[in-house]
Design a protein around this ligand. Structure first.
Ligand code: DAH
Length: 341
């Protein structure tokens, strides 16, 4: 055994580690050299004598130190390699949500009306009888109260409460007309998008809750002509097409005169399709000139001010827009449905 032999071992070792790329495997090579090659050198050194033993022993010790350092270096490298983050690697895609189709429609409606100077207003969903019915000119014994199947709140001694104390889930967004007007001075231009509730048996076109868009414009000379212009613009923007309007006489306690508004079917260009039920017209909203009694409820002078109001169902518009046949899908929370929007 000579120190020259040890240099040879070192050369062999260096060649072997250099050829290996993987830090873990490099470390294994180091281990092998210490435990096998160097261990046998040391066992031979013991038998050498005097000067030679010192010289070879020193060389062997130096090589062991060299390999040990290398081994520790590779260990650090190995750990670093495992912890290294490849910033170019594509990440895990987060499961992003999206806006509900009714929210998207509501926002679009708000934008269209805001362009015409309308303000978005709101009111409580848990309403009282006065705002929901009395203030809107529904007479106490008027059969129209029966027309709306109402979800009344359970209250102790309800019979002895005043109309303002009797609670119910609002059946329409119209009560916000009075709530908004009573604390402010005309002119008014508002829309009220919101959730309403009915005591319904559900089917494809009925739900116990749905969304409405209410509108109200009150001023000194507001007329049906203004209504036609505002609603014409709204529907044209909404359906992204030139549309025709048709007003048919109707009845609501809170408007006089009252009418139903039909819009020409832009899906079939009035040729007749399933959406317009072959009539060329789609019934889109109820509307009318605000009844003087409603203005009085809100402390607005009906001799000085007039106005129009309207209310439409957002669910129905969304169903037409997306050709959805079952209103209940909007409230099902079914991701297979929601992910399509
Ligand atoms: N509130 C009515 C309903 O729920 C809709 C409506 C009709 C609102 C005529 C109005 C209106 O403002 O003028 O059926």
């Amino acid at each position: 055994m000579t120190s020259g032999k040890i240099s040879k071992i070192k050369e062999r070792f260096l060649k072997e580690v250099e050829e290996e790329k993987d830090a873990g495997k490099k470390r294994k090579i180091c281990k092998k050299y210490i435990e096998e090659d160097l261990a046998s050198v040391f066992s031979l050194v013991k038998n050498l004598s005097g000067e030679k033993r010192g010289e070879v022993g020193r060389a062997a010790n130096e090589l062991r130190e060299f390999i040990t350092k290398k081994m520790e270096g590779e260990k650090r490298e190995e750990v670093a390699e495992k912890a290294r983050i490849d910033v170019t690697f594509p990440g895990t895609e987060p499961d992003l949500g999206s806006l509900h189709p009714l929210t998207v429609l509501q926002k679009r409606c708000e934008e269209i009306f805001q362009k015409m100077g309308f303000v978005v207003a709101g009111g409580p969903e848990l309403e009282n009888e006065w705002y929901n019915f009395d203030a809107l000119n529904f007479k106490k014994d008027h059969p129209v109260r029966e027309m709306q199947d109402t979800l009344f709140a359970k209250q102790k001694d309800r019979g002895s409460l005043s109309e303002k104390e009797k609670l119910l889930m609002r059946t329409h967004t119209s009560p916000v007309q009075v709530r908004y007007m009573e604390n402010r001075k005309p002119p008014f231009r508002i829309i009220v998008p919101g959730r309403v509730f009915r005591n319904e048996t559900t089917d494809n076109s009925h739900e116990i809750n749905f969304y409405q868009l209410e509108g109200l414009m009150v001023g000194e000379d507001v007329s049906i002509a203004n209504f036609r212009a505002v609603i014409g613009y709204f529907l044209q923007q909404l359906f992204r097409a030139k549309v025709k309007l048709r007003l048919r006489p109707s009845f609501f306690p809170f408007t006089e005169p009252s009418f139903e508004v039909d819009v020409s079917c832009s899906i079939c260009d009035q040729k007749g399709c399933s959406v317009c039920k072959q009539t060329g017209w789609i019934e889109i909203m109820g509307a009318g000139m605000v009844h003087p009694n409603v203005l009085r409820s809100a402390k607005v002078d009906p001799d000085k001010f007039t106005g129009f109001a309207f209310g439409c169902g957002l669910d129905r518009i969304a169903m037409i827009e997306h050709k959805i046949e079952n209103v209940r899908l909007f409230y099902s929370g079914d991701l297979r449905f929601l992910k399509q929007f």
